[in-house]
Design a protein around this ligand. Structure first.
Ligand code: LLP
Length: 463
């Protein structure tokens, strides 16, 4: 990460302490479109708007903290993925990034499919009317109950993750008098360039069946023998928040290699491959993500080329973007509570949420930016750390950023690019209530996930 001294000198020190930050942006009031949702802009009065609605109005009506989601942006990104891959491929939105019934409806309307990885996600998808045959069911430890529900519902595919699961799904499908369409998830042995906790294609980890040592080939052999299963393809997901396409290239090469071995051994050409999700987004201005059409072109070319050289029919490709669709479409709106300058270090800005609504900095050392959104300011930049209200010093939302030096309690600040893996990984730590998700579109706002209440908390307490 870039690291440089603040040219004008920060408010509390001449030399900046160690950190991840770049120099302060030339204009603290500017909003980089790379990290902010599409319809976000700063009005002439200095107040930031989204979908035409001011954040001050949103805070007044819905309270803070709140995740504010730009529906037009979500739909546009979903559509861009769909269009980029065209009719010969399928886009499965990864529900783990963020799922609600409204989102399921938008996906349905925009022609996307859905990847779910738990009974809860499946229930949400079905209850919002996603046709079961457009749902893929994932997970490294699906319970027998979850498998049964998925098979009964008629999900389009179950992605098998272990030898035991091959037998389990086959058995359940057979006992229900069904033949379940399945893919086998393999680990191709790629070291994806991302955080260790979100890399998933190296062999020493819990997901998938290793290609190495002939394990994947053996899994295919077993699946093909079982009457309850219809093996439709091979699945690979190499990790998350990845910018470099070379990992996908190696994965595609190895998956096609397996398809070739399957053809040679069994005389069948599996019709589908799924290359998973994992495409990175911009959390800060330093990140340069690729557009869906570039990704689609690159992946399609790799698979086509590999299949041509293996003399295979090109299989139908599917992908599972989660973060790349929802991540950039939302920001978290917070109210500043306390502003605590620490001489020679930095200023700690405490907000009314924290690690319970965004665990990513604590968990992955993730970087975010932040802006003052309830007004514009010409004050000198000050180096801040945005922290939450939890009883934990690792409760950091934005590790290093610049905000105007006149920041004061009651100001609203917003952290962009929080659409993915923030609400979905939110917790009730310290019995803090999880914030609502407010969707905004063309001048109208509506709550799509309501704020948790103390009643919600107490409802689970049976003591
Ligand atoms: N498909 C499979 C099989 C997955 O496991 C995942 C993510 C995706 C698709 C979607 O990946 P995406 O396009 O969103 O990168 N909590 C972490 C990310 C964990 C990702 C888990 N699997 C984070 O906050 O960065």
């Amino acid at each position: 990460m870039s690291r440089s001294a603040h040219p004008a000198g920060p408010r509390h020190a001449d030399v900046l302490p160690e950190g991840h930050y770049s120099a302060p942006p030339a204009d603290l009031n500017a909003l980089d479109p790379k990290v902010w949702a599409q319809t976000v802009e700063r009005g002439e009065d200095g107040v930031v708007t989204v979908g035409g609605i001011g954040v001050t109005q949103l805070a007044e009506e819905y309270g803070t903290p709140a995740y504010v989601l730009d529906e037009a942006d979500f739909r546009a990104r979903a559509r861009a993925w769909r269009t980029a891959f065209g009719a010969d491929a399928d886009v499965f939105y990864a529900g783990k990034a963020f799922l609600s019934r409204a989102v399921v409806r938008w996906l349905h309307e925009e022609g996307l499919n859905l990847d779910v990885c738990s009974g809860g996600e499946l229930a949400t998808a079905l209850s919002a009317g996603m046709p079961a045959d457009r749902i893929a069911f994932h997970g490294n430890n699906k319970s027998p109950e979850e498998i049964e529900r998925a098979v009964r519902a008629g999900v389009g595919r179950i992605v098998l993750d272990s030898f035991q699961e091959i037998v389990r799904v086959a058995h359940i499908a057979q006992s229900l008098g069904k033949r379940q369409r399945v893919q086998i998830r393999i680990t191709v042995g790629v070291e994806a360039h991302t955080h260790e906790f979100i890399a998933t294609a190296h062999e020493d980890q819990k997901f998938g069946i290793p290609l190495a040592g002939g394990h994947a080939a053996e899994a295919v052999r077993r699946a093909l023998q079982l009457d309850g299963l219809e093996l439709i393809g091979i699945h690979s997901h190499i990790g998350s928040q990845i910018f470099d396409m070379s990992g996908f290239e190696v994965a595609a090469h190895r998956v096609v290699g397996l398809l070739k071995d399957i053809r040679d051994e069994h005389g069948i050409e599996l019709p589908e491959i799924d290359l998973g999700g994992g495409l990175g987004i911009a959390y800060t201005s330093d990140d340069d993500p690729r557009e869906p059409h570039e990704i689609a072109k690159a992946l399609t070319e790799i698979v086509t080329r590999e299949c041509e050289s293996a003399k295979l029919r090109t299989p139908r490709i599917s992908v599972e973007p989660g973060r790349a669709i929802v991540g950039p479409t939302a920001f978290t709106l917070y109210e500043v509570g306390t502003v605590k300058p620490l001489d020679g270090l930095r200023t700690y800005v405490s907000v009314d949420g924290g690690m319970s609504d965004n665990i990513r900095a604590a968990l992955y050392d993730a970087e975010y930016t932040v802006a003052l959104v309830s007004r514009a300011s010409d004050a000198e930049p000050m180096l801040v750390r945005v922290v939450g209200k939890h009883c934990e010093s690792g409760d950091i939302v934005v590790k290093d950023a610049f905000l105007p030096g006149d920041l004061a309690p009651g100001d609203l600040i917003a952290v962009p690019a929080t659409g993915a893996y923030c609400r979905s990984m939110a917790s009730n730590y310290n019995h803090v209530l999880r914030p609502p998700v407010v969707a905004v579109r063309e001048g109208e706002a509506r709550v799509v996930v309501r704020r948790e209440t103390e009643e919600d908390l107490l409802r689970l307490d049976v003591g």
